[in-house]
Ligand binder design. Structure first.
Ligand SMILES: [Zn+2]
Length: 279
């Protein structure tokens, strides 16, 4: 039964759930100054259909670059000193929206809920939101994984981002595969172009607009361990849980910053809630 006032109810205007004006303000000019003259201190090449881990000290920068061909990457982040603090895709989405770009932050899990990394550059910033409702660098997908693939297609495929990230985490930490898997979490889908269909609300992907030379760069707000998977979907124009798609490597570069510029800067404090939960 459609109620008589259905149209009136549907016509109620939305309000933003989490206005961001009261978030700690960021100083992109300070980050830009700190980046000037910063030398490269590390680089990691992520092979196609594999993942690699990397470390970024607080106050340093890391850049993910498309090389050789259009390729999507699945990014996990942890506090390098406490692996229980990790990227919280859902809350980041609630705060900044479905897709991230310059000035947006990657927030950590409860109870710390603080910025782990801030996006300072994004050469795909021009893309905006296309006619299908698609945009780039999403926090709406999860990560391609062998369980969903088994559910939908059957079989045992071992190079989904979830498994790639598990192996990379294990080799970086020395943990077993079984110990490592629970540390893998929902990702920032770097360079991936996604949205929800307007008619059925279904998650969609389309060929990424990324081209070799495009990059996204982050400022590390705390000591970070990262892991990046070069998704088996390649540019994610067709499928993402098989060896069918053309896949390319991704490059991660880590840059030091000018310590003099960051003298007055401090890492974000853990969240101020007292955790008593009214008990
Ligand atoms: Zn993937």
């Amino acid at each position: 039964m459609i109620p008589e006032d259905a149209e009136i109810r549907r016509a109620v205007k939305p309000v933003i759930c989490y206005p961001t004006e009261t978030l700690p303000q960021l100083d992109l000019a300070l980050y830009g100054a700190a980046r000037q003259g910063g030398r490269k201190v590390d680089e990691v090449r992520v092979p196609p259909r594999e993942a690699r881990a990397f470390g970024v000290p607080a106050g340093h920068f890391f850049r993910i670059t498309s090389v050789e061909g259009p390729q999507v990457g699945d990014l996990n982040l942890w506090n390098a000193n406490d692996l229980s603090e990790r990227f919280y895709s859902g809350k980041t989405r609630a705060l900044h929206g479905t897709h991230l770009t310059v000035g947006d932050r990657m927030w950590s899990s409860f109870p710390t809920l603080r910025p782990m990394a801030t996006i300072v550059e994004d050469t795909l910033n021009w893309y905006g939101i296309d006619g299908f409702g698609g945009s780039v660098h999403d926090v709406i997908g999860t990560r391609c994984d062998p369980y969903t693939n088994n559910l939908l297609n059957g079989g045992q495929y071992h190079h989904c981002c979830h498994s790639n990230l598990t192996r990379a985490f294990a080799s970086e930490t020395g943990f077993s595969i079984a110990e490592s898997e629970p540390h893998i979490h929902d990702v920032l889908n770097v360079f991936m172009c996604t949205g929800f269909t307007r008619d059925t609300g279904q998650y969609f992907m389309k060929a990424s607009p990324v081209r070799p030379g495009d990059y996204i760069e982050f400022f590390a707000e705390i000591d970070l361990m990262g892991a990046l998977s070069a998704c088996p979907g390649g540019d994610c124009s067709a499928e993402h849980s098989s060896d069918e798609a053309a896949c390319f490597p991704l490059q991660v570069d880590v840059f030091a910053s000018d310590p003099k510029v960051l003298e007055a800067w401090a890492e974000p404090e853990p969240n101020g809630y007292d955790r008593s939960h009214g008990a």
